[in-house]
Design a protein around this ligand. Structure first.
Ligand code: ADP
Length: 349
């Protein structure tokens, strides 16, 4: 009985079959994986494995995919090991490998993407260096090639920095620091960082909403998140438009919204822009010095702070990215008396 209880705890499916392929024992995982129905195995490949093991007398391990049907179609990648026992009995264990296979695939894609992203500026640097060498007697041409080299080198260093940021942020499930952070200070700093680029395009960054809000976490990371959103708002907006940053206390959450009047994002792309290296228009993103990692970084920062990020956008009309973060419970984070919101709204639930 103790053994049964222990088997029930395992994520691995464990099944014992008699000499006629009847299931004598199956743990919870075997039932929930859907490989046992009543007294029978419900997967042909497993029945074949059991019979083969019984015939040869040797243990065998196989990996295969179980099509579970449904819409969208679900497939379970499994690794199964069967061991012959006495009197034709066979012990069978089956592991669900779906998630680890998916993670492997994501990792492989990521490494391939990083390679590709680094190759582009490095290739450009090589070509530009050759061109500069060939043009060494023409100072204007040398200057031209060197300044383009500088741009490529900057892009490379930004890419490397963002990759390091991303690897540091991944896997951090708890807020990176437990101190209270002033949202005003976060927005101040992010706006300050974005102002120069905005000025070049004559884009005005305006601020509004509640002041005095506090959240828990890392000021540095939150500045990076808001800064990335502001950089995008400016990068994907035409000249002489407006970018607005609004802070609002809503119940026990604080919202920071970055709104632009830019090119907007199609509904199909909205689902994918938070993926690493996904860009709607790669050429445009590269022109603006984008790495395709900005929003992936924002997503990780927000999830480390137990928050959410949402996007509203319409092509041609603009986009609004909204960060929702839990308000600090150690301080009420009261809105200032000038913002017109009822005091009760600011109290934590
Ligand atoms: P990038 O470095 O390319 O800007 P991000 O991860 O920050 O990478 O953004 C991914 C993609 O999402 C961008 O390439 C762009 O196509 C789209 N995008 C992000 N923010 C905006 C925005 N405010 N307006 C329009 N498109 C945007």
């Amino acid at each position: 009985m103790a053994a049964d209880r222990m088997l029930a705890l395992l994520p691995t499916a464990a099944i014992l079959l008699d000499g006629e392929d009847n299931v004598r024992m199956a743990n919870v995982a075997a039932i929930s994986m859907g490989i046992v129905r009543g007294q029978q195995l419900d997967v042909t490949a497993l029945t074949q494995l059991v019979r083969s093991v019984r015939r040869t007398g040797d243990a065998q391990t196989v990996e295969f995919v179980i099509d579970q049907g449904g819409f969208p179609r679900r497939a379970l990648s499994v690794g199964a090991r069967a061991q012959p026992l006495d009197d034709g009995e066979v012990a069978l264990v089956v592991d669900d490998l779906t998630e680890s296979k998916r993670v492997d695939a994501v990792r492989r894609d990521f490494v391939a993407n990083v390679g590709h992203e680094i190759k582009t500026p490095v290739g450009a640097l090589t070509l530009l260096a050759e061109a500069a060498l060939e043009a060494r007697d023409d100072p204007d041409a040398v200057h031209h090639f060197l300044s383009r080299m500088q741009r490529e080198a900057n892009r490379l260093s930004r890419l490397v920095q963002e990759l390091l940021d991303l690897s540091r942020l991944q896997g951090g499930e708890t807020p990176p620091a437990s101190g209270d952070v002033s949202v005003d200070a976060v927005v101040d700093e992010a706006v300050d960082r974005g102002r120069l680029v905005a000025e070049v395009k004559q884009i005005e960054i305006v601020r509004g909403g509640d002041s005095g809000c506090l959240v828990v976490g890392s000021e540095n990371q939150l500045v990076t998140a808001v800064s990335n959103l502001l950089d995008n708002a400016v990068a994907y907006s035409p000249e002489r438009t407006e970018v607005a940053v609004g802070v609002h206390r809503r119940g026990d959450m604080v919202e920071i919204a970055v709104k632009d009047q830019g090119i907007g994002i199609d509904a199909v792309d909205q689902e994918r822009i938070f993926e690493r290296f996904y860009r709607v228009d790669p050429a445009r993103s590269r022109d603006t010095g984008g790495t395709g990692l900005g929003l992936a970084i924002v997503k990780h920062i927000v999830s480390n702070h137990r928050g959410q990020i949402t996007v509203w956008s319409q092509p041609g009309a603009g986009s609004t990215f909204t960060l929702r973060l839990p308000a600090s419970t150690t301080a009420p984070g009261a809105p200032s008396p000038t913002d017109g919101h009822p005091r009760t709204e600011a109290s934590p639930a």
